[in-house]
Structures are given as structure tokens and as C-alpha cells.
Design a protein around this ligand. Structure first.
Ligand code: JFB
Length: 247
């Protein structure tokens, strides 16, 4: 997978050189390229923003530097030239980024992230970009950040960890939160007794059927307590009757 990120703060993306994402880059699984938007300005002040038409507080990111930057990235296309790369524009007004979207995007050959700042990017950039990209305004969540970089860090990690060869044991991707519509079950490790708190005995029983049943019940119980909204989508018919009545 090739990922290109355009930002006025390229150093914000430095954490993508670390840990599993950094190793994916070293292993050739991920080709990550970070571009400084100011490299695509032409004035001596390297201007990337200006005052908003119609008035209002703050500044808006100018269109031309973005068009120059995104045209450069589009020219460095990875994979099938017939398939437009996906341009993800982090925005508080975007579609909600979810685990399902992470899986969908992990199937793409190239992703481009446009990290806005200030009050956002001139809307004409989004319209223009449709010629070269499949444009996806996307939100990390229902709260306000100062720019797109934090969202890109989170989205990149969520997507890249799903690529084959990135996490050591692909099995670990199967039972984590949101992978099956429920939150994950609680986990424990040695010692079995810690500050007078014991590991649930079923986990020490060696009875894999009982352990699986207990874990499923814990997933459902946690989801009902912490994220009832997810249960609205989850097919309760997947849960054995015994677990439902025991909630
Ligand atoms: N993804 C995501 C986001 C953002 C976000 C993303 C990109 C930009 C660029 C500029 N800003 C600042 C701003 C702009 C307009 N309204 C309010 C704040 C951003 C915020 N905020 N909250 C999220 N979940």
C-alpha cells in the first residue's frame, strides 16, 4: 500500500516511523510519503491561508497550493492507473471513521490524506479533486480538533495494522473490539492472584468451550453497559439465549 500525506506540519506524522507502522515501512508493506504543503506555494511568504469570503473568524486554506500538491501526488500513482486513489480529507463534517471503513480502506492500493488546518480547506479543492481521486471527507469522532494530522495518525494506524504481515498474529485482529460488532472481552495475565483480586476461575479451567462462552457473554455484557448504541445494530440473535437471560 502507498500512503501520501499532505500537511503544513509534516513533523506531526513522525510517529508513523515508529513501532508496527515503522516496521511495515521497513518491510516494504507500506510506502509512506509525507509532503509539506508549503513546498507547493509560489510566494515569498509561502502563504497557505487567507481570510474567508463572507466574513467570519479564522482563516481558510488557499486552493492553489492544494491543487499543486495533490496533482503531484496523483502523478505518483501506485497500482492500477484505471482506479483513482482515495483522497481522505479529515474533517469534523466528514463521514464517521469506523472499523468497517478501516477494513474497506485497507483494500485500496493508494490512500492520500489531505491534512487541513485553520477553518478548513477552500471547498473548491474538494470539488476539483473529484477529477483525480475518489474523495472521502472523514471524521475521527464527534469532537473538534485543530487540524487533520491527529486523525491521519489514528486512521493510518487503524488501516495499516489490518494489512497482511503487519501484526505478528493475525488471529489477534479477529476478537478485538468492533471486529464482530461487539466490544472485546476483558483480558488477564499472571499472576492469577494480584492484590487479593483473582482471575475469573473459568479462564484457569482449560475448558475451551466454557471459556469461549464466558468471553462471548462478557462481550455482550460490556457492550450493553458501555455502548448500547452498538447493540441496536448488533443481531441479538447471534447470542445464545442463556447469555441473554444472564445479563
Ligand atoms: N477528522 C477530524 C476532525 C477534526 C478536524 C479535521 C481537520 C481539520 C482542519 C481544520 N480543523 C479545525 C476546524 C475546522 C472546522 N471547524 C472546527 C475546527 C480540522 C478539524 N475535528 N474533529 C474531528 N473529528
Amino acid at each position: 500500500m502507498r500512503i501520501d500525506v499532505v500537511s503544513i506540519f509534516p513533523e506531526y506524522l513522525a510517529p508513523l516511523e515508529l513501532s508496527l507502522i515503522g516496521k511495515a515501512r521497513q518491510d516494504g508493506i507500506l510506502d509512506l510519503n509525507v509532503h509539506d504543503l508549503r513546498e507547493f506555494t509560489t510566494d515569498k511568504h509561502r502563504s497557505v491561508d487567507d481570510t474567508p469570503y463572507g466574513g467570519g473568524a479564522g482563516m481558510v486554506m488557499k486552493a492553489e497550493p492544494w491543487a499543486q500538491a495533490l496533482s503531484t501526488v496523483a502523478a505518483a500513482r501506485a497500482g492500477d492507473a484505471a482506479r483513482k486513489p482515495v483522497l481522505i480529507v479529515p474533517s469534523p463534517a466528514g463521514e464517521r471513521f469506523t472499523q468497517a471503513l478501516a477494513h474497506e480502506l485497507a483494500g485500496e492500493e493508494q490512500l492520500v490524506f489531505a491534512c487541513g488546518r485553520y477553518e478548513g480547506i477552500d471547498e473548491r479543492v474538494i470539488e476539483w479533486a473529484e477529477e483525480h481521486f475518489t474523495v472521502r471527507p472523514m471524521s475521527l469522532g464527534d469532537y473538534v480538533l485543530n487540524g487533520g494530522e491527529v486523525a491521519v495518525l489514528a486512521m493510518t494506524e487503524a488501516i495499516v495494522r489490518l494489512l497482511p504481515g503487519v501484526v505478528g498474529n493475525p488471529e489477534s485482529l479477529v476478537e478485538e473490539s468492533h471486529s464482530d460488532g461487539l466490544l472485546e472481552y476483558p483480558v488477564y495475565t499472571k499472576p492469577s492472584s494480584w492484590r487479593d483480586r483473582e482471575v475469573p476461575p473459568v479462564l484457569l479451567s482449560g475448558n475451551h468451550g466454557k471459556i469461549a462462552q464466558w468471553r462471548r457473554h462478557q462481550q455482550y455484557r460490556r457492550t450493553a453497559q458501555r455502548r448500547p448504541d452498538l447493540l441496536a445494530e448488533f443481531d441479538a440473535g447471534n447470542l445464545p439465549r442463556a447469555d441473554r437471560t444472564a445479563l
